[in-house]
Design a protein around this ligand. Sequence first.
Ligand code: ANZ
Ligand code: ZN
Ligand code: ZN
Length: 835
Amino acid sequence: MVKSKVSKIKTIEEVKINFAAIEKKWQKKWEEGKIFEVSEKSKKKKFYCLEMYPYPSGSGLHMGHAFNYIIGDIQARFRRMQGFNVLHPMGYDSFGLPAENAAIREGVHPQEYTDTAIKNYIKQQKMLGLSYDWTRILWSHNPEYYKWNQWIFLKMLKKGLAYRKNASVNWCAKCNSVLANEQVHSGKCWRHEDVEVEIKHIEQWFLKTTAYAEELLMNENNLDWPNRIKSMQENWIGRSEGTEIIFEVNKAKWPVFTTRPDTLFGVTFLVVSAQHSKLMELVTAKQKKEVESFLKKIKSTSEKDAIDLEKQGVFTGSYAIHPLTKEKIPVWTGNFVIADYGSGMVMAVPAHDQRDFEFAKKYKIPIKVVIDPIDQKISSNTLKEAYTGPGNLMNSEGFDDLASPEAKDHITKALEFKKLGKKSVQYKLRDWLVSRQRYWGTPIPVIYCDKCGIVPVSEKDLPVELPKKVKFGKGNPLETNKEFVNVNCPNCKGKARRETDTMDTFFDSSWYYLRYADAKNKKMPFDSKNAEYWMPVDFYTGGAEHACMHLIYARFFTKVLRDLGLIKLDEPFKKLFNQGMVHKDGVVMSKSKGNVVLPEEVSNKYGIDTARLFLMAIAHPSKDIEWSENGIDGSSRFAMKVFDYFNSIKISKSSNKVEHKINSAIKSVTNNLESIDYNIAIIKLRELFDFLSTEKEISKKDSESAIKMLSPFCPHISEELWEKIGGKGFVSLAEWPEADESKIDEKFEKAEKDLDKTVSDILNVLKIVKEKSGEEGEKVYLYVIPNELGNYDISFLTKRVGKEVKVFAVNDKKKYDPQGKASKAKPGKPGIYIE
Ligand code: ANZ
Ligand code: ZN
Ligand code: ZN
């Protein structure tokens, strides 16, 4: 027995080689059978399973990337077997900077570079056994795809949702391009950690995401998304309720936005942003020089960084009139006020705002306490820091003694009455800057005419194709193709100039999930009926780094397309899942770290199914995991065991215990797959096969169920075993087993536990006997409650204990029991005697 096991382990090498053959065999059969292709004409319920639109990196796909696709694939396979019509598509986010940079670096055209990368990516993904409907494949640089980017852009232009304005933009000198705010990470380019982002002023295209700010708020919907991502989006949108208060300066009205109208009587100065377009209107002749030198001193910085800067400012020379006290209040300009948040001017209350406090201390501006914290006494002279908490109002004329929350209402009402203020909601969200001065993206479909201004390209002339012939190196390559640039105005036919800006690639990934619903449509971006059948995406997996860009943009697009009448849908992604990162040697697997493991190596060395199993077994798929040879060896042994099991079983009838084990496994594996607890499902499957390999017989149905459960994780092996036991068709399309509750009997689990406990009791007693008498016990006698007799398998016990074991029922007249230990037996706990 023991010997034959050893010899079996030795054959692993052989069987491993077979794995590669098995993978190829089934991948070919799946493809020939077109079994993962789907149609919307099905009567089944749909399930849309999607992994985030990948960028086809030139260096190919490694097992870190694979993790994400496998998580999605397991879900897709499971739902397909559950009887859903599963859409599981793949495509490539193929526009973007890396291809263009490669063109500059290596002299290959971005198109060739990208096409090669995609081909390689497809080959590698097929190797992983992913169950995609390849007929719906997309790639962004396909004119058949980006034509619809242009179409959607023109619709947005018509609706005023796309517009052009002069903007101070973030500029990365290395990218040689504008960056979106989201692409600036603490003052540096998101791709170039060594590049300080500069500010430039140019005309740019924007999409009006702010028009949907309220609807984009995450607490308003009940999507099944990680809370972390929901709150990141909340913060990004940054809704703030407050009051807009009007101060008069030099006869002009200057609104300020405040969340603390209750502190209105504590205002001792106003601060206008140093980047405010009307700043100079406030600066008096006397202060002009000082303000100008101040402006020179503070180098322009991006919005978010303004917060961390040292607060600096200078007096403008002007005074505002307080709306209620009519006092004169000095107006300063400062570097910490954001030009395009609120009105770009703030009322400063140094006693109750820390930033204002520091500024007042620095420039010796008076401090006036107007909120009494109740449990402590504070005064303007002794204040060490601002008191920002709530309290009762003081020094606030008719509002004294009101608690701050009520005071907010009362003061706002008083201002409303005098037409000097109103309730107001502000959002941190900014409109999305979508134009890029780069080549490898969708051309923005407009033409500039000196006479007619901005003229949209007419729909029938779409797509505006990217010209292949351009020069790379400096600035925007599109400007180097004169045929592309010099055109006639569609309106007056006069000489005109084509827009050379291209779209941010996030435009491409904002609606691709809708195109999959109808990927070959030549008349429309997608057919509404098809999109309505498939949408929303039921399971969307991807990295948490997309919390604030891709996911907000995609939600925005869905709402815009809804309002354009293309689809009846508010939210595109019902469930969002963020996978963990795959590490190797303690660091994230990546080309730059030089620690990548490629699918082709894995397939040859261990088999892809083994790797799929291993990746999902280590931890919950939302957790970071470490790739290890030891771990994958463990999975490999399990795969072997399953293979061995099906090689040696006799298909006949299942014992009650086998039925119990199978049905309780079905029950939990099904739940685990539904809740994405893949690692728990694998534990159950391991337990199941550990048990099954001790049994000789199993029914056809139960053996099929076992293979079916394995199939989402190990699809190739499962097909092979399915064929071996004479299963019908593909197991990939077989019906998911249903647990028969009547076959689940917890007494089996209890008996097993009792048996384990008994083994450890026996070992204990043996130890005690040896300690006491100095002699090894040789024979073990067990006395069990009569109806439990069947639970104590003598050969099993003998093997575990390593001694001769005899089992008697307590009421057995012929039992050997010299010390009357039978009387000690309890249910689940036999009496023990050792000789
Ligand atoms: C007076 C005040 C008193 C304020 C006080 C706070 C505390 P959130 O919640 O982020 O919306 N503010 C308004 N516009 C600003 C701008 N353009 N740049 C920088 N700060 C600006 O913050 C709103 C608060 O931020 C407003 O309330 C205003 O300061 C400041 F004890 O007004 B507060
Ligand atoms: Zn850069
Ligand atoms: Zn014209």
